[in-house]
Design a protein around this ligand. Structure first.
Ligand code: BGC
Length: 361
């Protein structure tokens, strides 16, 4: 029995190496965190557009929310001869090992959208200006607040995602002075209240707040947190409320919960990604804004950088990001606030989406 098992395992290892050896060689490997979130499907579609134009062979693999799958993906790409790997990590710190394995093989590694932390093996970072994403959310809430004592509910992304820190600090840059002067009153975070007089939060302070109000980038977590918050909130903590939601998926879940509460008379809620479902929510007045991150630019920047590297040219960068070990040279793209007022001009007239994808435009 044991012998048969050993034979079967050996055979499957042989078959795997055989198929890797005969699988098509790739020049550039792309690893994305999951197929299950609309944000990353936008990136795939935009990568497909740029891949069609390039003479190099490119392969896109998904990690499906698992650092183990992510590592296997990187190993597969290494085995297939990739010379550049573009990776958007599921877990910023856990991805360091995969990056180091690639680096040891002489492969250039580009972090895509999410910065990989805790390693010096990373070469470049292609990203949106994520602090400005958070600032745009904070500014939107600030612009709509009248008088003092406006109830503020804070939500954040996943602790394993460096972007969650950048988004929150960005929003805090705008909101903290307005919390300190009484314009906003935090209703759902003891940790944020603890630091309400501190503008520049340390990584530990941010982690304490994010840990308390995290959605984990998960719609269901967002929904149950919002429900729990509204269950304990007094009627006086409701009325017209202001909600910092970290992205579109979680914004829709949180918005649905607030909309269903009879004591919430009006709500302002943020988001980001310009997901189609949220664009429809904005048109219908169920989500107040989104931050549009043009994935056409990000995908093109990442591919162009990969091509420059393949052709022995030095990529141009315009920023740098500290990944807790080294400053990583970065190429950064600005973002645009979208509300009902400009949804058509920014997202339809620019050709990003078709008008026929929406009703009531
Ligand atoms: C991305 C966001 C996205 C979130 C959840 C972040 O790292 O920057 O665009 O909504 O992850 O996937």
């Amino acid at each position: 029995m044991k012998r048969i098992l050993v034979l079967a395992v050996t055979l499957s290892i042989l078959l795997t190496s055989f198929s890797v050896a005969f699988a098509q060689r790739v020049d550039v490997g792309i690893v994305l965190p999951t197929k299950d979130e609309p944000r990353w499907l936008q990136d795939v579609a935009r990568f497909e557009d740029v891949i069609r134009e390039t003479p190099y062979s490119v392969e896109v693999l998904f990690s499906q929310g698992s650092s183990a799958v992510e590592r296997t993906n990187v190993e597969t790409l290494i085995a297939r001869g990739a010379r550049v790997i573009i990776i958007c990590a599921h877990d910023a710190a856990a991805a360091a090992i995969a990056v180091e394995t690639a680096k040891a093989e002489g492969i250039t590694v580009i972090s895509y959208d999410r910065l990989i932390t805790d390693t010096d093996a990373l070469d470049y970072y292609v990203t949106f200006d994520s602090v400005s994403v958070g600032e745009a959310m904070g500014e939107y809430l600030a612009a709509n607040a009248k008088g003092k004592g406006n109830p503020l509910y804070l939500y954040a992304g996943a602790l394993t995602d460096n972007n969650a820190f950048l988004f929150f600090q960005g929003a805090w840059n705008v909101l903290q002075p307005l919390i300190a002067d009484g314009t906003f009153v935090i209703k759902n975070s003891v940790q944020a209240q603890n630091y309400q007089d501190t503008l520049e939060l340390t990584r530990e302070q941010l982690a304490a707040i994010i840990g308390e109000v995290t959605t984990d980038w998960d719609f269901n977590v967002a929904k149950s947190k919002a429900e729990a918050h509204l269950t304990v909130a007094e009627e006086a903590d409701k009325g017209e409320v202001f909600i910092l939601a970290p992205n579109d998926g979680t914004a829709r879940s949180i918005a649905d919960v607030f909309a269903a509460d009879v004591h919430v008379t009006n709500y302002y809620i943020t988001g980001q990604d310009a997901e189609k479902a949220s664009v429809q929510y904005i048109i219908d007045g169920q989500q107040s804004m989104t931050v549009f991150k043009d994935t056409r630019t990000l995908a093109a920047d990442a591919m162009n950088m990969a091509i420059e590297i393949l052709e022995g040219r030095q990529p141009q960068t315009d920023a740098s990001y500290f990944n807790q070990v080294v400053d990583v040279p970065a190429k950064q793209t600005p973002v645009v606030i979208v509300t009902q007022d400009n949804v058509k001009s920014v997202l339809i007239d620019s050709g990003y989406y078709d008008a026929s994808d929406f009703v009531g435009l």
